[in-house]
Ligand binder design. Structure first.
Ligand SMILES: [Fe+2]
Length: 376
């Protein structure tokens, strides 16, 4: 059996294939961040225990199915595989690159076509639950909320002969390092950033504000910007082709964005109510909502994408059933997860250009799930 690459693991997870995963990291780290899905049967046995008694560990694992061993960076899992093989296990391999590689695995999938030609693609960074988008029209591409692995976008655009003209961040991210500025610099594209989130930004940007349209390809309207504060002060949503709503971290398929990542929860939760109950309802209920994050792997649909119709969300998303502002605010403030995204302050500083993180440290800084949603 060959070692398992995280892209293959991602395909298995999306295809709802049963996967037996032996996670050998320390218990606290597994609690912080692990792969949790209905089709992933996880066996949490710390490396030290396997080393001390491989035969005992072997007896806790399935006999007739392949077992994939997950560690931090793919090193100790290789030793664990050797120990388990010496103890008589046959179908056991390590996951290449471990959780670090899992957190960096990303691939595009087409969401749909645009009316006047072109298409929209969703890039899923499955391990962190981050979603970014490429919208293409007439050979021009716009990228929304890019991850720091800019080559994934540039090679996809190059392979298809598209030129990246616009790079946009829906808000000041707290869970991951934005690839926005880097991608814009590499491609000569305009870098768009919300004015109200960029008050302290140490870089120049094209300001994203309510009501502006970003001319784009053959789309007459371009991308329409809608101020949608609540997760951050400056959060912007984009309507594309009157068909798609890129909702950033305001509205997710199962929950909504948390309002507390800058210590202003009481104020921002009111904005969140206004956005969700006064502003979004003015848009079409037929819009397909494309968020920038998901929390659970179960949010991935059978086609391998995360998306939902606005109408369905207003019927089913529990956070959209609280019309009364007082009730909504109390409920949201009472459901804010205790933990923030790991290193969220440093990530916010970096995304404002106020702090530089060495390339070798980026993965550690970003380690962990996104934690951008209110508990559902
Ligand atoms: Fe966010």
């Amino acid at each position: 059996m060959n070692p398992l690459h995280t892209a293959e693991l991602a395909d298995k997870v999306k295809a709802k294939e049963t996967v037996h995963l032996l996670d050998i990291r320390q218990e606290a780290d597994i609690q912080d961040w692990a792969i949790g899905a209905e089709n992933v049967i996880r066996y949490d046995i710390p490396f030290a225990e396997i080393k001390a008694n491989p035969a005992k560990a072997r007896n806790q694992l399935p006999k007739n199915d392949p077992v994939y061993v997950m560690c931090y960076k793919g090193k100790s899992a290789q030793t664990a595989v050797s120990l388990l093989e010496a103890a008589g296990m046959e179908e056991v391999v390590h996951v290449v690159g471990g959780m670090q590689a899992w957190g960096e695995t990303m691939s595009p999938r087409k969401i749909g076509d645009l009316t006047y030609g072109g298409a929209i693609y969703q890039f899923m960074r499955i391990g962190k639950g981050c979603l970014s988008y490429m919208i293409v029209s007439n050979g021009e591409a716009a990228i929304v909320d890019p991850a720091r692995f800019t080559e994934v976008y540039t090679s996809f655009a190059n392979e298809n002969g598209w030129q990246i003209k616009h790079v946009l961040d829906t808000h000041l991210h707290a869970d991951h390092l934005s690839g926005g500025r880097k991608l814009a610099e590499e491609t000569g594209a305009a870098y768009w950033f919300p004015t109200r989130d960029g008050k302290e930004a140490a870089f120049a940007f094209s300001p994203l504000e309510d009501g502006i349209r970003i001319p784009f390809g053959q789309q007459e309207e371009g991308m329409r910007c809608i101020a949608s504060p609540g997760h951050t002060e400056g959060s912007i949503s984009f309507v594309v082709d009157d068909t798609y709503l890129l909702s950033g971290d305001i509205l997710f398929t199962e929950s909504i964005g948390r309002p507390d990542l800058a210590g202003q929860a009481e104020q921002w939760v009111q904005d969140l109510h206004t956005t969700l109950y006064e502003k979004y309802p003015l848009l079409s209920l037929d819009l397909i909502v494309l968020p920038s994050h998901f929390s659970e792997l179960s949010e991935i649909g059978p086609d391998g994408t995360v998306q939902a119709r606005m109408e369905d969300l207003y019927r089913k998303n529990p956070r959209l059933q609280l019309q009364d502002a007082g009730e909504f605010i109390a409920s949201v403030l009472g459901s804010i997860p205790a933990q923030q995204p790991n290193s969220y302050q440093l990530i916010r500083e970096s995304n404002q250009g106020k702090e530089t993180i060495a390339g070798s440290e980026e993965a550690d800084v970003e380690s962990g799930p996104n934690r951008c949603a209110v508990n559902s």
